[in-house]
Design a protein. Structure first.
Length: 186
């Protein structure tokens, strides 16, 4: 009986310690909602044109100018030699739809302004619309999520195409940062 009691206390202590580790990066709001706190040094991607988890303005969609929003990033991981940027819609009717792929963004760049994407000479690949470059959100129905993902890559130049880009990104990613925008057509 004593052994079972000691075993029970040991398991309880382990669970308690594990819970403490998990909650160190959380804060409580109104004693109800739990919101993760982003460490200051975490690789991050933000947009000046929309907030994470909020609506993307029509200007950046097929209902507007169909131009990419401004993006900027910080806390680049050590060893990064270039970046890859993708925009994908995981809510598309026939599976994930790729709206934009930009490869070989130089390591010293920390953002892309909405009016400058074509002036830097980045390599843009064909999207699922069949065009090279950005194809803005254009959901056939309902509200869709658009996942903007920036990958920190361990080589300067990728030799990739739309068919092999995911495999190559997986082979060379040091870290990634994401921001999600929503869009529903009027």
């Amino acid at each position: 009986m004593k052994k079972k009691y000691i075993f029970f206390l040991t398991v309880l202590a382990m669970i308690s310690c594990n819970q403490t580790e998990k909650t160190t990066n959380i804060r409580y709001v109104d004693n109800k909602e739990v919101i993760p706190v982003t460490p200051k040094d975490k690789f991050t991607l933000v947009s000046d044109d929309f907030e994470n988890g909020k609506l993307i303005p029509a200007e950046f969609t097929c209902d507007g100018k169909n131009i990419p929003p401004s993006l900027r990033w910080s806390n680049v991981p050590e060893g990064t030699k270039s970046f890859v940027l993708t925009v994908k819609d995981p809510d598309a009717p026939f599976g994930t739809f790729t709206h934009w792929i930009v490869i070989n963004i130089p390591q010293n760049i920390r953002g892309i302004k909405k009016d400058e994407i074509n002036s830097f000479g980045y390599t843009q690949l064909k999207n699922d619309f069949g065009n090279i470059g950005y194809g803005g959100p254009c959901p056939p129905s309902g509200t869709h999520r658009y996942v903007f993902t920036l990958y920190a890559i361990d080589i300067e130049k990728l030799d990739a195409n739309p068919k092999n880009i995911d495999r190559i990104i997986n082979e060379h990613t040091i870290s990634k940062a994401e921001i999600i925008g929503l869009y529903k057509r009027r």
